[in-house]
Design a protein around this ligand. Structure first.
Ligand SMILES: [Zn+2]
Length: 223
């Protein structure tokens, strides 16, 4: 009986999310199911039509290679220092909330790296090259809303938790659902975009999200 109830709950929750991703949301779906990182865009000559671009809570585009520079200097948002890392206030508050919820579920979210200024990105870029690091000036790490999470590999329970609940807190894996063969999928890279944009992203990549969740739940069970 209990098992049946869980099964029922599973279907109800899956069903309702799919239902919520209705046509209204789908209209905003991005037609480019390609990787729009800097390299692909330049190399493949991808034409980025502004009407297909979705913007986050700071009016910054998601998934396209805009030159972000150091956004904090443009908008004047306040940021919070966390050890050696920094996050914009809205991202930090959401991070804290998400982190305590995860802890209650036995999951530990820790930041490995968040903000990088342009010269740090230059260092990372020259050390690791374009396969691993975004061009200096174009990295989401310039935004103060992006973090790499410790031990969040693509075969971890932590990644499963983030896929299931991250969007509820406004966090999305912007570099994971990319199709470019020579850009690596980053399960540890999460950007805070606010609840609305996260919801759009989750809907856009709904099928891929669900496949990953199913794959990981087969290993770790339902969380
Ligand atoms: Zn990253």
């Amino acid at each position: 009986m209990r098992y049946f109830f869980h099964l029922l709950l599973f279907f109800v929750s899956t069903h309702s999310f799919a239902q919520e991703c209705d046509d209204q949301i789908k209209k905003k779906h991005w037609n480019y199911r390609v990787n729009l990182s800097t390299f692909i865009a330049i190399k493949e000559g991808v034409d980025i039509n502004p009407k297909y671009i979705y913007y986050d809570f700071m009016d910054l585009p998601i998934g396209v290679p805009f030159n972000y520079l150091d956004y904090i200097n443009i908008k004047g948002y306040k940021y919070v220092d966390i050890d050696k890392n920094k996050l914009l206030e809205p991202a930090f508050h959401s991070y804290q909330e998400m982190r305590s919820k995860a802890l209650r579920d036995g999951i530990n979210i820790n930041i490995r790296s968040s903000y990088r200024n342009k010269s740090t990105q230059e260092y990372v870029f020259h050390k690791h090259g374009p396969k691993v690091a975004e061009n200096p000036g174009y990295s989401e790490h310039h935004l103060l809303t992006t973090m790499d999470i410790h031990y969040c590999g693509e075969n971890t329970k932590l990644f499963l938790w983030m896929l299931k609940y991250g969007a509820d807190y406004g966090w999305i894996p912007t570099y994971f659902f990319r199709t470019g063969s020579y850009i690596r999928k980053e399960s540890w890279h999460w950007r805070y975009v606010g609840a609305d944009a996260a919801y759009w992203f989750r809907c856009t990549w709904n099928y891929q999200y669900q496949s990953e969740i199913n794959r990981l739940q087969a290993v770790f069970g339902h969380i």
